[in-house]
Design a protein around this ligand. Structure first.
Ligand SMILES: [Ca+2]
Ligand SMILES: [Ca+2]
Ligand SMILES: [Ca+2]
Length: 288
């Protein structure tokens, strides 16, 4: 095994030719090279001529769902100095319920990626050089809610589920105390201290025809009382109302950390399902 350091050295230094590598190894050892030398000269040539994929993301942490991130593979290179022939990106992991996608593109940079749910997103970049050889790298992006109260919902059968957040002392479908698609998209309700928007709710995402997600958040919830999370299975959904079981997941984040999650089966149509109560003062979430 004593030749391993020199093998690593040669792999790292592309200015050495294949012949030089083999000559060097054969010239310094006559009996132990079989275990450490490449199987064939052809295989070694492929390694030496392969491109090097380098991928980054900026920023590395975003606030969902509106802070954009840029995936960047422009640091990738080919040892020969030739330009990279193609870049192929794919999103290989994302949080359950996320609808985020990467565009199918040959660009080395992908700006404007939006993480719709809290959690981790992993992108893989594969670069191909002029010889058709490839290399891959992966990079992760974390999506962390900065709103102190963050409630997100998604489901697994096509329908229109609606997320409702009810203020302390409020009631379902009440215009002033229930935040939902009709009255709360990007804000619009004044809860807590009048004129202070930091304790007001906002429905950032309203999904009608897919699998979600939807989310409602508050930067600084009021300490007294409890908020209630309710899911309404809207009747007359386009393109369809699912009548069978639909797995609906609600995640509640308090101060950036996942405090509660539950998946419930909603069956039929038009139902109203209470999921949980959130007591901001005690930082507790209780199922309903
Ligand atoms: Ca909806
Ligand atoms: Ca307010
Ligand atoms: Ca429905």
């Amino acid at each position: 095994m004593r030749l391993l350091p020199s093998i690593l050295f040669f792999v790292a230094c592309s200015e050495y030719s294949l012949e030089e590598k083999i000559d060097n190894n054969l010239g310094t050892d006559s009996g132990e090279t079989e275990d450490v030398l490449p199987d064939t000269a052809e295989e070694e040539e492929r390694d030496e001529n392969a491109p090097v994929a380098v991928c980054t993301v900026s920023p590395q942490t975003v606030t969902p769902p509106f802070q954009a991130a840029t995936f960047d593979g422009s640091g990738s290179y080919d040892p020969s100095g030739s330009p990279i022939a193609s870049y192929e990106w794919s999103l290989i992991t994302r949080p359950n319920g996320s609808s985020a996608t990467l565009p199918f593109t040959s660009a080395n940079q992908i700006p404007g990626f939006y993480a719709d749910l809290a959690g981790v997103y992993t992108a893989e970049l594969t670069v191909t050089n002029q010889l058709g050889l490839t290399d891959s790298c992966v990079v992760t992006l974390e999506s962390l809610p900065t709103q102190n109260l963050w409630v997100e919902m998604f489901w697994d059968q096509v329908d229109d589920m609606d997320l409702h957040l009810i203020a302390p002392g409020g009631s379902y479908n009440d215009w002033d105390t229930d935040c939902y698609y009709s009255n709360c998209v990007n804000g619009g309700l004044d809860w807590g201290v009048l004129g202070d928007s930091s304790d007001d709710p906002s429905l950032d995402l309203d999904d009608i025809d897919g699998l979600g997600p939807e989310n409602i958040n508050i930067y600084s919830p009021q300490a007294n009382g409890t908020y209630k999370v309710v899911v309404h299975d809207y009747t007359g959904s386009a393109p369809m109302d699912t009548q069978g079981g639909n797995n609906v997941t609600v995640n509640v984040y308090l101060n950036g950390g996942l405090a509660w999650t539950d998946t419930r089966v909603i069956t039929g149509d038009g139902t109203v399902t209470e999921f949980c109560e959130i007591n901001w003062g005690t930082q507790t979430v209780n199922p309903l």
